[in-house]
Design a protein around this ligand. Sequence first.
Ligand code: NAD
Length: 228
Amino acid sequence: MRHIVVLTGAGISAESGIKTFRDADGLWEGHDIMEVASPQGWERNTKKVLQFYNERRKQLLTVEPNPAHLAIVKLEEKYKVSVVTQNIDDLHERAGSTNVTHLHGELLKVRSTFNENLVMDWRSDLNPGDFCEHNFQLRPHVVWFGEAVPMFPVAAEITEKADILIIIGTSLQVYPAAALIDFVKQGTKIYFIDPKPTISPGPDITVISEKASVGVPNLVDQLLEITT
Ligand code: NAD
């Protein structure tokens, strides 16, 4: 079975109602990203950071996967599919994708500030004074700017095994995630779907300048036909 790796960014969830941040001048829902998504921001104003993620969590629970998330699931009928997402939402899982790696963490999880391996599901508000079993404050299970990306080696290994790489809705500005494209085997077919693509077409690269809800279902239909 051929292996398709799907690398997604904030753009795939835009049409579900979750804003990207590059599209809004580097602001994330009106906030400077360094204030709400960096260890320095956390040190400076823990309450504000918790409040920000509480709002994101509440919003996530009101939105639904869109046709792009759903189309990716259909690929599983004929391909081995690995989704590697920069997103912290759970829309791929809710759509039904069975193999999802989150590079930057998950909004519906929190972890101990004492032991980063102490991770737990969390769907409600997280407040100052919510402690782990060792009596340390819990924080969002999200990779902030300037922090290590522990899942990167796992994602790189998955990408190396791709026969086809589909990249959707990412500005490819956030590293190391953007470097994943360099891990494909020579000759791997790459499709890039984004209304404002940041890479150019090449012998192995097809650029589809469309919104995810249009470009992804079309490409999936083509890829499902190829194998019949
Ligand atoms: P980004 O904000 O840097 O870029 C978004 C990209 O999406 C742009 O290239 C834009 O042209 C494209 N886009 C906008 N609307 C689209 C649509 N309808 N269909 C397809 N593409 C569309 O996002 P990024 O590259 O993913 O990097 C941002 C970081 O911010 C990520 O690390 C991610 O963790 C975080 N983030 C996550 C979410 C989420 O979980 N949904 C939302 C915002 C930011």
